[in-house]
Design a protein around this ligand. Structure first.
Ligand SMILES: Cc1ncc(COP(=O)(O)O)c(C=O)c1O
Length: 405
C-alpha cells in the first residue's frame, strides 16, 4: 500500500461537515467595526453585468409563474442545456435531453442531493459503512450532502506539488469498496486548478471499477484564465456516461447567482432515479427562469465578455501581487488562494484586513477539514473572491497589500 494511501477517514475536525464558512466568518468578525468602507471579497457571487435579455425574457414568460413547474424541467430547457453541452464540449455522443439532463435550482441543491441518491443506489455491501470522498478544501454542500446521506465524508488530501488535485494513487481498493460517491470540482474552488483530461479519464476508470458515482462540479467551467477551456468530465465518460454526472449553472457563467438555474447531465440510470427522487424532494425551477436559462445558454457573447473581465482582473493581480503571498495566476475560477502564513495564517489575516481595511475575506481553514494529525490544509491560506468590477478590484488589491504588510 503506498505511504500516502487512505483506507479510513482521516477526519478529526471538530464540528459537522456542513457548517457554512460564511457563518463562521460572521462569527469571527462579529462586533468588529470595519476600518474603512466595507467591501466583501468573501462570497463567490459574481457582480459582473448580467446579460441584457433577462428582464425581457422574464416579462415575455410571466404567465409561467401561474403553473407548478415539472420537476425534470421544460423539454426546451433540457434541450438547450444538451445543445450547449454539445457545442462547448467534444462529447462522445450528444446528450439525450429526455433521459440524461435535469434542470436544477442552481448547482448547489443538485450537488447536495446527489449524494443522498448515490447512497440509496449503492450495493448492500457498501451500505454497511458508506463513504463519500471530497477534495480538501471543498465546497460546503458536498459535506452537507454526505452528512444528509448518512455517509462518512472522507476529505482527500491534495498533495503539495500535485497541482492541488486529489492523488488518485491514494484511493485504495479498501476505501473505494466502501465509497458511494466522489466529488471533484474543476476548475476548483478555491485554488482554480483545472483537472487535465487524462486525470479525469483515470478518475472515471477507477470509479467505474469500484462502482463509485463521480459527481463533477463544473460550475466554474466557463471561467478559464489561460488559453484553453477546461475539459468536462462527460468528454471522457463515453460511450454511455455511466457512473458520471456533471453539474453546471448560470450563476458563474452568466453572472446570475440569484436566478437559481443550472442543470446536471450524465448517467441515464442515475438520472432516472434522480428525477423520481427530486419529484418529491427538490425545489422546482419556475418556468420563466428556465426560459431565461434557454436564452443564456444560446448566447456566448456575454460569457466571453465576463471571462475577459476576469482575465483583466487577474492581469492586475499578476502585477500587484507578484512575489507576495505565494501568488500565482490560477488556471481558472475567480479566487485568490493566498499563503498568509507570514502574517499569522488565514483567520488572523481575515481579522487584520477587516479591522484595517474593511475588506471581508474567508480564512482558508473554514473551507477544509483537518487530517488525522489535526492539520488543516487551509490554515495558512486566505480566499479572496475577485467578483467586482475592474476599478473596485484594483482598489481592493491595493488595500489588501497595504493591509497585510
Ligand atoms: C464550487 C462550487 N460549486 C457549486 C456552487 C453553487 O453554485 P450555484 O448553486 O449558484 O450553481 C458554488 C457557489 O459558490 C461553488 O463555489
Amino acid at each position: 500500500m503506498p505511504a500516502n494511501s487512505i483506507d479510513r477517514p482521516p477526519v478529526v475536525d471538530a464540528g459537522p461537515a456542513a457548517r457554512s464558512p460564511f457563518v463562521r466568518l460572521a462569527e469571527l468578525l462579529a462586533d468588529i467595526a470595519p476600518g474603512k468602507p466595507a467591501l466583501s471579497l468573501a462570497v463567490g457571487e459574481p457582480q459582473h453585468a448580467m446579460p441584457g435579455f433577462v428582464g425581457e425574457v422574464l416579462a415575455a414568460n410571466l404567465s409561467g409563474f401561474g403553473r407548478y413547474p415539472a420537476g425534470k424541467g421544460l423539454p426546451s430547457f433540457r434541450k438547450a442545456a444538451a445543445d450547449w453541452s454539445a457545442r462547448r464540449y467534444t462529447l462522445p455522443r450528444p446528450l439525450d435531453p429526455e433521459r440524461e439532463v435535469l434542470v436544477l435550482n442552481g448547482s448547489r441543491e443538485g450537488l447536495f442531493s446527489a449524494a443522498i441518491l448515490a447512497r440509496r443506489l449503492a450495493s448492500p455491501e457498501k451500505q454497511k459503512a458508506p463513504r463519500v470522498l471530497l477534495p480538501n478544501p471543498f465546497y460546503a454542500a458536498y459535506g452537507a450532502g454526505a452528512e444528509a446521506a448518512g455517509c462518512e465524508s472522507v476529505p482527500l488530501p491534495l498533495p503539495e506539488g500535485g497541482g492541488w488535485l486529489p492523488d488518485l494513487d491514494a484511493l485504495t481498493p479498501e476505501l473505494l469498496n466502501r465509497t458511494v460517491a466522489i466529488y471533484l470540482a474543476s476548475p476548483a474552488n478555491p485554488q482554480g486548478t483545472i483537472a487535465p483530461r487524462d486525470y479525469l479519464a483515470r478518475l472515471v476508470t477507477i470509479a467505474r471499477a469500484h462502482d463509485v458515482m463521480v459527481l463533477s462540479d463544473e460550475c466554474y467551467s466557463e471561467i478559464w484564465l489561460g488559453e484553453e477551456a477546461p475539459t468536462g468530465i462527460l468528454e471522457v465518460a463515453g460511450p454511455d456516461y455511466a457512473k458520471v454526472v456533471a453539474f453546471n449553472s448560470l450563476s458563474k457563467r452568466s453572472s446570475l447567482p440569484g436566478l437559481r438555474c443550472g442543470f446536471c447531465a450524465g448517467d441515464a440510470a442515475f438520472m432516472e432515479a434522480f428525477a423520481e427522487f427530486r419529484n418529491v424532494a427538490a425545489p422546482q425551477v419556475p418556468e420563466p427562469i428556465q426560459h431565461v436559462g434557454i436564452a443564456a445558454f444560446a448566447d456566448e457573447a456575454h460569457v466571453t465578455a465576463s471571462r475577459d473581465l476576469y482575465k483583466a482582473k487577474f492581469d492586475l493581480a499578476d502585477r500587484l501581487l507578484a512575489g507576495r503571498f505565494g501568488y500565482s495566476r490560477p488556471d481558472g475560477g475567480f479566487f485568490l488562494w493566498l499563503d498568509v502564513s507570514a502574517v499569522g495564517g488565514g483567520e488572523q489575516a481575515a481579522l487584520t484586513l477587516w479591522r484595517r481595511e474593511g475588506i471581508r475575506t474567508v480564512p482558508g481553514g473554514y473551507l477544509c477539514r483537518s487530517d488525522a494529525q489535526g492539520r488543516n490544509p487551509g490554515t495558512n491560506y486566505l480566499r479572496v473572491a475577485l467578483v467586482h468590477d475592474l476599478a473596485t478590484t484594483e482598489d481592493a488589491l491595493a488595500r489588501l497589500v497595504v493591509g497585510l504588510s
